[in-house]
Design a protein around this ligand. Structure first.
Ligand code: NAI
Length: 464
């Protein structure tokens, strides 16, 4: 029986980062993972493989739509789906083996198998029981069933994001249930690869919780790309055969029932914490009604020595939020002051254009009665964006009316997922829009649009 200072359960972005930080802080560390490879949902069947397919399908879009204009002549590339999946698998392998290397480098033991906690201070993997002064649960999440609907996922015709990354062929017709991040990213991939894609969404807007202006413009852009939307509609059931499916939904405004045929149905109506088999009930670990492990501000559960982080606890289900909690929990265990600023966690949708957001939305500021100013700048006024056919979208900055302090920023446009971090750093330092506006930004870059939005909060943007 091995003895550890820390055993982390789960090697996703929360768990493997926690393990590495524990080891860096001098703690003897092991990480339990039952998958064949490290990296969890994100690296194996989530963020990373979907980004590979988004990248490949975006290149196809560029070739089909912009190459000729730039003087690049020739037949448009055709899609070799098998090769695209091989490319995606190679990307996964490169990343997951990278984590294995980091584990070795940091002398972290990978305990292979599914872990459970028979009692505080002990982790069982297979027949072996290991002792640990501290346990960090980082067991992640799984796709939720479509709420209130009769839908059976077979991961062939009716799929979650996992099956959607491994389809045997590109479907002619795809129905996506849910216009959240997964539905729109994977819907975009298949639309670009030639599928007819219809997204059915329960609410009247896409991307719930995002700034209203972003929602509206994003919807317009996706429609222009050929995605179809049925909003305000609740899916009732999916009848699937071995090769086809029929989706029945009701429009909320008049209760009328409709159907859509599809070759593949992607269920993307959210995820829920995955804590099966850990033995938490017997241990008396407190859970929320939504199945999340309850933790305090130091990621401690009510059972001494047991911590929890990532998708298994409260908060946005984002890899980077889990990573931050992993580092912070490790620091708490090592006697330091782990901290996560939940007010500055960016969210990114990796479509084209990308959408990125941090801090408050305009709707939230109105609801909270905060006096604010808006600074907006369109990418059409950004020379670099126009030069590369990416002039769609804008930067919207929300700042406190009295102090000019940045309260939120919402970007739809080229490189939005990278641009947002200037604002994140600014917000961490309590920056004002003027601080961003007075900072020299290299020309010609997309980032000038962020500076221009900051200028628009003051005496005005230059190129608008
Ligand atoms: P989501 O919570 O983002 O969106 C689900 C959507 O489904 C909502 O708009 C909801 O109104 C709708 N819906 C629910 N029931 C419905 C019904 N019966 N009929 C029609 N629509 C219905 O969930 P999603 O996209 O599945 O993502 C799961 C989690 O994974 C999220 O927390 C997301 O942030 C995370 N994720 C993040 C990524 C990123 O950061 N780029 C990428 C992929 C996932």
């Amino acid at each position: 029986m091995a003895q550890y200072d820390v055993i982390v359960i789960g090697a996703g972005p929360g768990g493997y980062v926690a393990a590495i930080r524990c080891a860096q802080l001098g703690l003897k560390t092991a990480c339990v993972e039952g998958r064949e490879t490290l990296g969890g949902t994100c690296l194996n069947v989530g963020c990373i493989p979907s980004k590979a397919l988004l990248h490949a399908s975006h290149q196809l879009h560029e070739a089909e739509h912009n190459f000729a204009t730039m003087g690049l002549k020739g037949k448009s590339p055709s899609v070799d789906w098998k090769q695209m999946l091989t490319y995606k698998s190679d990307v996964i392998k490169g990343n997951t083996t990278g984590i294995e290397f980091l584990f070795k480098k940091n002398k972290i033991d990978w305990l292979k198998g599914w872990g459970s906690i028979p009692e505080a201070g002990k982790v069982k993997v297979g027949d072996e029981v290991h002792e640990a002064k501290n346990i960090i649960i980082a067991s992640g999440s799984e796709a939720s069933p479509v709420p209130g609907a009769d839908v059976t996922v077979d991961e062939k015709i009716v799929v979650t994001s996992t099956g959607a990354l491994e389809l045997p062929k590109i479907p002619k017709k795809m129905v996506v249930i849910g216009a959240g991040v997964i539905g729109l990213e994977l819907g975009s991939v298949y639309k670009r690869l030639g599928s007819e894609v219809t997204v059915i969404e329960f609410l009247d807007n896409i991307t719930p919780g995002m700034d209203g202006e972003i929602q509206k413009n994003f919807l317009k852009m996706l429609k222009k790309q050929g995605l179809e939307f049925v909003l305000g509609a609740a899916v009732q059931k999916v009848d699937a055969s071995k090769t086809k499916a029929k989706v029945t939904y009701k429009l909320r405004k008049d209760d009328s029932e409709h159907t859509l045929d599809a070759d593949v149905v992607l269920c993307a109506t959210g995820r829920r914490p995955f804590t099966d088999g850990l033995g938490l009930e017997a241990l008396g670990v407190e859970m929320s009604p939504r199945g999340q492990i309850k933790t305090n501000a130091k990621w401690q559960t009510n059972v001494p020595g047991i911590y929890a982080i990532g998708d298994a606890i409260d908060g946005p289900m984002l890899a980077h939020k889990a990573e931050d909690e992993g580092m912070a929990a490790a620091e708490v265990i090592a006697g330091k002051h782990g901290h996560v600023n939940y007010d500055v966690i960016p969210g990114v949708i990796y479509t084209a254009p990308e959408v990125a957001t941090v801090g408050k939305t305009e709707e939230q500021l109105k609801e909270e009665g905060v006096a604010y100013k808006v600074g907006k700048f369109p990418f059409m006024g950004n020379a670099r964006a126009k030069a590369v056919f990416q002039g769609e979208g804008f930067v919207k900055m929300l700042v406190d009316k009295a102090t000019d302090r940045i309260l939120g920023c919402h970007i739809i446009g080229p490189g939005a997922g990278d641009l947002i971090h200037e604002i994140c750093v600014g917000m961490e330092f309590g920056a004002s829009a003027e601080d961003i506006a007075l900072t020299c930004h290299a020309h010609p870059t997309f980032s000038e649009a962020v500076r221009e939005a900051a200028l628009a909060c003051g005496d005005g943007a230059i190129h608008a």
